[in-house]
Design a protein. Structure first.
Lengths: 446, 229
């Protein structure tokens, strides 16, 4: 039998080629599978994250629209799985689970923090994204200083629409309140505490300031209510033409201008260091200043003197039974970008004369064009008026109304001022400080 | 009967075989070269994608769980310098289950695996606006033993956050971008980096970064630091 050629060699060669080809195909196939799986995973992750963000957004909108006063105990009656049941959002399932704890309680009100753990997962598959949002429920007799942004004005619109209509901006963590709320105030108690008097009438005030004991009002002027090494408050009888705040080299200064006279008060916050250029200066030198100013009248020009208006530790409380007109920015020393600008000043007005009870104009007015940052908290019995300028109020705002013809931004940073405890809403409930604490893939925390 | 190949057939087959083999080998060599180049490029791209994903993930978390504490604590979740940046966030948080007093060296919280030995922690009390940083000496279930005694009192329900800090640094001499977490060492993240810079816009709470690889590929990213708002 004739044998031509070797078929084994040819077969081996063919097999080699086939094996190489198959390996190449398998490798390419595997590569494509890996790429597709990775892409699918990314898309799935993005879809879950988007679903979670959307559900958190809707959650915030529901909180903004809800009236907590409609529920006897909102922490149980509103924040539960009946109000927020599991829901399908596209191909994702969203579930919300609530937990709570008391953040603060004392006096006549309490603050409950409500945490909402939101989970978004595919209906098929074990992958999930989780996020947590927190909101604080305030309930009870709430002092004015605790509100982030409240306007006492009857409105058919939602709070957000009302503020948008007046060109007011605020941070997303605020859930503002707009409505015809019944405000309670106790200025007599405030005066008693500020001036350290049992009964704050003219006779006792005269006694306090070493004047002839009569029932008549004291003469116009600037008086220091001091005793036992402490100046509890500065009391101003009559209008002030100008009030200047300045800070530098660790000293806080406040200059009072009245009827052509200028008196300056300097101190280091929290230290017995006071110096006073007005009458009775030596008697109070080296005292501790409690940073309270009560004005029986209006202030027509509040300004910053120098590079900074406040030391970071300053917490000055200013109450006027009249108008307060701010004509410049009032910024603290530490105003680095990105840092939270805590209010160093309380601008507060009373709609009634502190002694006669007569109605007075109690607007807080921000005058002048240009950009201004006012590192203050505002509790205005009247209207907050912003004329033309771009104004940022870093603290909270509690006002009768807002008249804004410029741009107004409210930072609503919390401030601790005792005067704010004497004005507020009784038996009230509201939400504040909505924050998303985190959004992440479940089990991907490290 | 003639068996096998004839001499002529053999010569022709050998010549043809050699010719084909030469072509195949030359082609394979070229294919291998191209393959290596493509694989190299692909690996570099993969490394760039991985780097970008890692940077984005870290920046997205920057400030996480610290939003509330930042209002009164002097902590800066993001800091940058030439060729480097650092970001920090909370890895996990728990509430204090009981009051902790000044001078005390232990905290009781719910058991959580993220609170472990040598971890930096932040304790803060919103109501009193008190805060301090500390470190975990070791953990016994839900009890954290601290390296330093507490400097203030903290009421129950104060928050304890386990912190994580990530640092990126560009080494121009080695042309390497490295990443470090917490107290670990810098690990190479991307090689052949010819330039790297980061710019922070505090007013916009955003970061612009640019990575240049081999003076060819450039990647730029603009990341909004959501948790710093």
């Amino acid at each position: 039998m004739a044998r031509r050629g070797n078929v084994v060699l040819s077969l081996l060669f063919m097999m080699l080629l086939a094996a190489s080809g198959l390996a190449l195909l398998a490798h390419t196939g595997l590569h494509f599978t890996i790429v597709a799986a990775r892409q699918q995973r990314r898309l799935e992750g993005a879809a879950l994250e988007q679903a979670l963000v959307l559900s958190l957004h809707r959650y915030r909108e529901r909180l903004a629209a809800a009236d907590m006063n409609a529920f006897p105990a909102p922490e149980r009656d509103f924040f539960n799985t009946d109000t927020f049941p599991d829901a399908a959002l596209g191909g994702e399932t969203i579930s919300q689970r609530f937990s709570r704890y008391t953040l603060r309680s004392g006096g006549d009100f309490r603050v409950i923090r409500i945490l909402d753990l939101v989970r978004a997962c595919r209906q098929s598959g074990s992958r999930a994204y989780i996020g947590r949002a927190g909101v604080d429920l305030y309930a009870g007799d709430i002092p004015a200083g605790e509100f982030g942004l409240l306007v006492r004005q009857k409105s058919e619109e939602s709070a957000e629409a009302f503020l948008a209509g007046r060109g007011v901006e605020y941070s997303g963590s605020q859930l503002p309140q707009v409505g015809e709320f019944a405000v309670g105030s106790d200025y007599e108690r405030l005066l008693r505490a500020a001036l350290k008097l049992q009964v704050p009438d003219w006779r006792r005030i005269r006694e306090k300031f070493g004047l002839e004991p009569l029932d008549a009002p004291i003469p116009s002027g600037i008086y220091l209510a001091g005793s036992d090494g402490e100046v509890a408050a500065v009391f101003v009888q009559g209008d002030l033409q100008k009030l200047e705040f300045g800070a530098g080299d660790g000293w806080q200064s406040i200059a009072f201008n009245q009827d052509g006279r200028r008196c300056e008060l300097r101190y280091r916050p929290g230290l017995p260091s006071l110096s006073w250029s007005g009458s009775g200066g030596p008697a109070v030198a080296g005292s501790l200043f409690a940073e309270k100013i009560v004005i029986h009248g209006s202030v027509w020009d509040i300004e910053q003197a120098g590079a900074a208006a406040f030391l970071p530790e300053a917490r000055i409380e200013l109450l006027a039974s009249g108008r307060l007109v701010v004509r410049s920015g009032l910024e603290g020393e530490n105003m680095e970008p990105g840092m939270v600008k805590l209010p160093c000043l309380l601008l507060m007005t009373s709609e009634r004369d502190l002694f006669s009870g007569d109605a007075v104009n109690a607007d807080v007015v921000v005058e002048g064009a240009g950009a201004k940052t006012i590192q203050a908290q505002v509790i205005a019995a009247g209207t907050l008026v912003n004329n033309d300028g771009r104004t940022e109020i870093t603290g909270s705002l509690f006002a009768g109304n807002i008249a804004n013809s410029g741009r107004l931004r409210v930072g609503a940073a919390a401030g601790k001022f005792a005067f704010g405890d004497y004005v507020g809403l009784g038996d009230f409930k509201f939400l504040k400080n909505f924050r998303v604490h985190f959004i992440q893939e479940e089990g991907d925390e490290e | 009967m003639i068996k096998g190949f004839g001499i002529l057939e053999m010569l022709i087959a050998l010549s043809l075989g050699l010719g084909i083999l030469t072509v195949i080998i030359a082609h394979s060599a070229e294919a291998a070269k191209v393959g290596k180049r493509i694989t190299g490029n692909q690996e570099r791209l993969e490394a760039i994608f991985h780097t970008v994903d890692t940077i984005k993930s870290d920046l997205n978390k920057c400030g996480m769980r610290l939003q509330e504490a930042r209002q009164f604590c002097s902590i800066t979740p993001f800091a940058s310098a030439a060729g480097s940046f650092t970001c920090g966030y909370g890895l996990a948080d728990e509430l204090l289950l009981e009051n902790a007093l000044k001078g005390q060296k232990s905290l009781r919280i719910a058991t959580n695996g993220f609170f472990r030995k040598d971890k930096d922690i932040l304790i803060y009390d919103v109501a009193r606006q008190a805060w301090e940083a500390n470190e975990i000496e070791y953990r016994l279930d839900g009890v954290l033993l601290l390296k330093n005694p507490l400097g203030s009192d903290f009421a129950a329900n104060s928050t304890v956050v386990a912190l994580k800090r990530v640092e990126y640094k560009y080494y121009p001499a080695q042309r390497v971008l490295k990443r470090k977490t917490d107290k670990g060492n810098f690990q190479p993240l991307l090689e052949e980096v010819s330039d790297f810079y980061v710019t922070f816009f505090p007013d916009a709470n955003s970061v612009l970064y640019r990575i240049e690889v081999n003076k060819k590929e450039q990647v730029r990213g603009y990341v909004f630091l959501l948790n710093l708002v």
